[in-house]
Design a protein around this ligand. Structure first.
Ligand code: SAH
Ligand code: SF4
Length: 395
C-alpha cells in the first residue's frame, strides 16, 4: 500500500549487508578514507580528496559528485560510479501553529521515523531519532509501545540533520562561512526522538562525530544533548567517545516507582545510575546533567518526591527539566495539574537547581516528546499489554 508505514510488529531482523553502492553519508573520516582508497585513490592524495569531499557533503550540502568542481572530471565519474550521497527521504512535513516542524522520514527498508524541529528566539533545536521503535517499554512513552524494528545507521542519523537543513535552506552560500548572517536556525541537537541512543551506540557516536566535525556541520559538543533512560554501562563511554551533554530520563525518586515507569531501572537501579552520572561531568568536561522528569498525576509529583529528588542528586551539577506529561491515546497516566507542577518546581528551585517547566511545543501536530508516530503509527500494543508490562495490573 502506498505511503503506509511497514514498520510495525516486525521484530529486529539483522540487516543484510546493503547491496549496491556505498553511501558516503554516515562514513566516518576513517571510513571514507578506506572507501576512497578502495577505488584506487592514490595514498598520497587521499587526505586531500577526503577533505574536499567532506566539505562538499557536510559544509555545502552538495548531493551530486558532479558539483564537486575542485575534483577532476574523471575522478568525479569514478566516485559517482561507486558511491552515492544519500539522505533519508522526507515523506511528509507538518508545521505547527507555533512554528514546530515535524518531518516523517523514510529510511532504507521503507521504515519511517520522525524528526522534529523546534524554533526558539535565540536558537533552533532538532530532535532526532536513533531507532525505529524502542526495545524498552517505559509505561508513559508512546514509543515504548512500539516494537523495535531496527537501529538507524549513522547515515540515517546524521541524514536527519541534513534533511532539516535542506528544508530550512540553511546550507551556506558559496563564499560564506557557516552561521554567517546571524544565529543558526538549526543550532542544537537533542537525541530525544524515537529510540534509546545508548542501545545504538556506535551509529549514534559516528553520526555525532560527523555533526561536530569542524569542516562540516560543525556543531559544538555543548549543543548536542543525548538523552538516555539509564543504560549505565554506556554512560562513561558516552563521555569518552562522544563528549556531548547528557540528559537522563529520571522520572521517579524511588526504585519502586522507577521500576514501573522506566523498567530498565530493574537492571540498573537509581543508586547505580547516580554513580555513573556523578562521574560524567568530569569525564566529559561538561557543566551539568539534565534530569528529565515527566509529571504524572498522583504517581511521581508530590512534594515529598521533589524533596527526595534534590537529596538524591546532591553534589551533581544538574538542571531539572520538568516535562508535563504529553498524553496519547490509551496512555495509562494523566498530566499533573499545573499548580502541582509549579509547587514541585518551586521546591527544586529553592534547593538551588534550575527547574524549568518544558512548554509543550507542536501539540497540534503531535510533535511532543514521547508522542512521535502517534498519528502515523497503525498497530500498537494494547493498553492491557502496556499496563501488564508496566506491572500496573488491569484496571
Ligand atoms: N530513549 C531516550 C530518549 C527518547 S525519549 C530516553 O528515554 O531518554 C525523550 C524524553 O521524552 C525522555 O525523557 C522521555 O522519558 C520523555 N517522554 C517520553 N514519553 C513522554 C510523554 N508521553 N510525555 C512527556 N515526556 C515523555
Ligand atoms: Fe524508549 Fe526512551 Fe520511550 Fe523509554 S522513554 S520507551 S527508553 S524512547
Amino acid at each position: 500500500m502506498n505511503g503506509a508505514p511497514i514498520t510495525q510488529d516486525v521484530l529486529t531482523i539483522p540487516r543484510k549487508k546493503p547491496e549496491g553502492p556505498v553511501n558516503v553519508v554516515g562514513l566516518t573520516r576513517d571510513g571514507l578514507r578506506e572507501a576512497l582508497l578502495s577505488i584506487g585513490t592514490p595514498e598520497k592524495q587521499v587526505k586531500m580528496r577526503l577533505n574536499q569531499i567532506w566539505q562538499w557533503v557536510y559544509h555545502w550540502g552538495v548531493r551530486d559528485f558532479d558539483e564537486m568542481t575542485n575534483l577532476a572530471k574523471d575522478y568525479r565519474e569514478r566516485l559517482a560510479a561507486n558511491f552515492v550521497i544519500e539522505v533519508p527521504e522526507v515523506v511528509s512535513r507538518e508545521i505547527s501553529a507555533d512554528g514546530t516542524r515535524k518531518y516523517l522520514v523514510r529510511i532504507a527498508g521503507g521504515h519511517e521515523v520522525e524528526t522534529v524541529y523546534i524554533p526558539e528566539t535565540d536558537r533552533g533545536t532538532l530532535c532526532i531519532s536513533s531507532q525505529v521503535g524502542c526495545t524498552l517499554t517505559c509505561s508513559f512513552c508512546h514509543t515504548g509501545t512500539q516494537k523495535l524494528v531496527r537501529n538507524l545507521t549513522a547515515g540515517e542519523i546524521v541524514g536527519q540533520i541534513m534533511v532539516a537543513r535542506d528544508d530550512l535552506d540553511e546550507w551556506p552560500e558559496r563564499g560564506q562561512g557557516t552561521g554567517v548572517g546571524g544565529p543558526r536556525l538549526l543550532s542544537n541537537i537533542v537525541l530525544m526522538g524515537m529510540g534509546e541512543p545508548l542501545y545504538n551506540f556506535e551509529a549514534v557516536r559516528d553520526a555525532m562525530k560527523i555533526a561536530m566535525d569542524g569542516e562540516g556541520i560543525s556543531l559544538s559538543r555543548r549543543r548536542i544533548t543525548l538523552s538516555t533512560s539509564g543504560v549505565v554501562p554506556e554512560i562513561a563511554r558516552t563521555a569518552e567517545e562522544i563528549g556531548c551533554m547528557l540528559a537522563v530520563s529520571f522520572h521517579a525518586t524511588t526504585d519502586d516507582v522507577r521500576n514501573t515507569l522506566v523498567p530498565i531501572n530493574r537492571r540498573w537501579p537509581i543508586a547505580e545510575l547516580l554513580d555513573a552520572l556523578r562521574a560524567y561531568p568530569k569525564l566529559s568536561n561538561s557543566e551539568r546533567i539534565t534530569f528529565e522528569y515527566v509529571m504524572l498525576k498522583g504517581v511521581n509529583d508530590s512534594d515529598e518526591d521533589a524533596r527526595r529528588l534534590v537529596s538524591l542528586i546532591k553534589g551533581i551539577p544538574a538542571k531539572i527539566n520538568l516535562i508535563p506529561f504529553n498524553e496519547w491515546p490509551g496512555a495509562p497516566y494523566e498530566r499533573s495539574a499545573w499548580d502541582r507542577i509549579e509547587a514541585f518546581a518551586d521546591i527544586v528551585h529553592k534547593a538551588g537547581y534550575a527547574s524549568p517547566i518544558r512548554t509543550p511545543r507542536g501539540e497540534d501536530i503531535m510533535a511532543a516528546c514521547g508522542q512521535l508516530k502517534s498519528t502515523t503509527e497503525r498497530a500498537r500494543k494494547s493498553r492491557a499489554e502496556i499496563a501488564a508490562e508496566a506491572g500496573l495490573g488491569q484496571s
